[in-house]
Design a protein around this ligand. Structure first.
Ligand code: HEM
Length: 361
């Protein structure tokens, strides 16, 4: 792709970050909150004259009010551990909108938390082992030590911290639901396909962290990719579709050791991973860091050794060529594979509905 085309797609990427409008759901939430605080105020106003009239010492009244305030503070900050049925108490359309509101930030990376939300959703889920039926997004053990400190998860604390206020706002949502939904919101709001999503993941404890080594090593090739993704239950076509998410975001030396974005529009979900992989001439980067590739023409874009195996392996390449030719086919296949990834190992309640969220306009 020429430099001017790249610049054009970068500005397209910027404008693709839409300013979200409030939904009815969020308006409803606000109104309920306003009503609640208004009725609290009314109760306080009613109580004060009554107690003063009954001759209570104003000092004691102040202490009582302070006690009430402290009590209210602790009550409202109390952590709720979601139980089996908690998922029913959450307005997921409202959560979707609130996550979408958290995406854009011109001071972070390329202007969006979307790419790191996708990576968080994938690393929460990609620990699944179909033989032992352990790992996966249920329980969100990625937030606990030692899983949070596994090398592959470096930097994901940034995404979890960004989402944490929503856990406070919607205490009944499980972390597994929150992290996977964040991945869905990011894919959709950055211009990708609609991804079907179900709620109902329950929490797990710290001692249920998965062992290190279940996520792929970027320095390795096709055999390793198959070992890792076959273990989760994916086939070659699904693996090739999933890695197309590397159209988004970038590598950070402070996190993985690798450096740079895959293309010029890292905040747009496109099929550019495949077009760039096939159309550019990739050469080893000359630097003091881990072995990776850069495009010979500009030196600005990168590929991991693992990414390159999707070009050199004939089975993977078959799909890379299809997805490079036809973005619609890629979108359809990615949506299916990503939804499957987010559900690996999850025991959903029988009555959990499937959501297909509308993007914000
Ligand atoms: C095929 C094996 C894969 C390998 C070896 C791999 C490796 C990596 C590495 C090393 C990074 C850079 C992290 C950093 O320095 O910040 C990265 C970023 C990323 N990966 Fe992967 N990944 C793989 C598959 C996937 C899959 C399946 C998805 C999603 C479906 C995904 C989504 C992302 C995204 C969106 C980023 C950018 C994060 C950011 O900008 O902060 N990756 N990946």
């Amino acid at each position: 792709m020429s430099t001017s085309l790249r610049l054009a797609s970068r500005s397209l990427a910027r404008t693709s970050l839409r300013a979200p409008k409030p939904t009815t759901a969020s308006i409803r939430t606000l109104t309920t909150q306003q009503q609640r605080s208004q009725s609290n105020r009314q109760q306080q106003q009613q109580q004060i004259p009554r107690t003063i009239k009954s001759g209570v010492n104003p000092g004691a009244l102040g202490a009582l009010a302070l006690g009430t305030l402290v009590g209210w503070y602790f009550y409202s900050n109390k952590e709720i551990t979601p139980t089996k049925d908690s998922w029913k108490k959450v307005d997921y359309n409202a959560v979707y909108k609130d996550i979408a509101d958290l995406l854009e930030d011109e001071n972070y990376d390329d202007g969006s938390y979307g790419p790191i939300f996708v990576r968080l959703a994938w690393h929460s889920s990609g620990t699944f082992d179909k033989k032992t039926k352990t790992g996966g997004s249920e329980g969100a053990t990625i937030r606990f030590h030692p899983e949070s400190s596994h090398g592959a998860n470096a930097g994901l604390d940034v995404a979890r911290a960004r989402l944490e206020p929503l856990k406070k706002k919607y205490p009944h949502i499980s972390y597994g639901d929150l992290y996977t939904l964040a991945g869905v919101v990011a894919v959709q709001e950055l211009g990708g396909p609609t991804v079907r999503w179900r709620p109902g993941r329950v929490e797990k404890k710290e001692n249920e962290c998965t062992p290190d080594g279940r996520l792929p090593d970027a320095a390795q090739g096709a055999d390793h990719m198959r070992d890792i993704f076959y273990r989760m239950g994916f086939n070659d076509q699904e693996i090739a579709a999933l890695v197309g998410a590397h159209a988004l975001g970038r590598c950070h030396t402070s996190r993985s050791g690798f450096e740079g974005p895959w293309n010029a529009s890292p905040t747009s979900f496109t099929n550019f991973f495949y077009t760039e992989l096939l159309n550019n001439h990739w050469v080893p980067k000359k630097w003091n860091g881990p072995h990776q590739y850069v495009d010979k023409e500009s030196g600005q874009f990168m590929m991991l050794p693992a990414d390159m195996s999707f070009k050199s392996d004939a089975q993977f390449r078959k799909y890379v060529e299809i997805y490079a030719r036809d973005q619609d086919v890629f979108f359809a296949d990615f949506a299916k594979a990503f939804a499957k990834l987010l559900e690996l190992g999850v025991k959903f309640p029988e009555d959990a509905p499937v959501y297909e969220f509308k993007t914000l306009e």
